[in-house]
Design a protein around this ligand. Sequence first.
Ligand code: HAM
Length: 423
Amino acid sequence: MKFKSITGTKDLLPGESYRWHYVEEKFHKLARRYNFREIRTPVFEHTELFARGIGELTDIVGKEMYTFEDRSGNSLTLKPEMTAAVVRAYLQHNLGQQQPVSKLYYLAPMFRQERPQKGRLRQFHQFGLEIIGTPGALADAEIIVMTADYYAELGITNVKLKINSVGCEKCRPGYKEKLKEFLRPKLSDLSEDSRRRFETNPLRIIDSKDERDRELTEKAPLQKDHLCNECNEHFTHLQDILREADVEYAVDGKIVRGLDYYTKTAFEFISSALGSQDALSGGGRYDLLARELGGKNVPAVGVAGGIERLLLVLEESENAAVEEPHPAVYLAAADDTARIWLYGITQQLRRNNIPCETDLMLRSLKAQMREASRQNAAYTVIAGAEERNKNEVVLKDMKAGDQQNVPVDELVHILQKQLPESK
Ligand code: HAM
């Protein structure tokens, strides 16, 4: 075969897609419970939106974006994340005028040209939440609590929440200087990436994955210990709320995050089941982003998590098995005279919300029965000329193995009694 999918992208095949439906449906339902409303934005945007929003000096913007010129010479980018796009849409459509606080959620594909490995793809999918319009720590908590609730609902237990405060415009510059003072004598021993970041983004050095960097920065001053009163109060308040909501967390002063827009709260949910790419989700407050994108000051906070990583963890969680749905009923024709008639009955069942399948290949009864077992149908409905003449069918319970003749008029009713989910 000449064509293969692009490195770092994946086909979602039928043997897996039911697991995606499962986690997506749970997210839609939970979002409704927490009164978030869905937002969908285009898959590409002007490059400038992300360059400004995420930060020119971040890895995402500097190395990972799928950027191209369209035929009119515009520079466009496949979205590497949603937050900048959501804020763009919020400002463009004046959502703030419709209601004081917008609670938005999404499920969407993202694109980053990273080196593919377990849990790291070039097209991946995120679930996400954004609360735009309020500076209070209750909103930060609402984002974190719903994310924790989502993992709990899915039965995922091997997950830990780490929170931090990365300060604000007032307290960060002073802290940055202290950090640089600490790092300066160690500069020549730091990794190349970290040396490069020293001038541009020294905060990222303390969450470097490089072993030597980690040793050298073990005692580095942390932003959380150098917060202004406002940030400190916000961080304390958030922790009070999380405790009240029974959400376990650990403060980790080294959570910095790879996007530049964060102020005050930054957090990550991590799972040991993931290996080196251990972030299940991450987020924080971004009070300056709307202004950076040319709007007014609009405080906001959000989270996004990878669906592929979620599914990896789900696979390894004992109490989180997802069962593949199968047809409840398989309709098998014993001879050709009954085939079309049976197709009419198949449709009656489907119209009554009973998931069923029938033979589309004109196979023998034996082959159809084999197919019914292969597809794990709970019941088989069998009919030939004789049953057709009497307007009845044979209903076979595939697990128990017993069967009975049933008048066609009663079939829906009988099956609905056996299959409560079809009611
Ligand atoms: P992020 O940390 O860049 O944050 O991505 C969030 C999550 O997306 C990660 O924790 C991870 O689960 C998943 N993810 C990221 N890159 C990949 C990849 N290459 N392959 C697979 N999964 C990946 C954001 O995107 C922010 N927009 C989050 C946010 C929302 N902050 C405020 N609101």
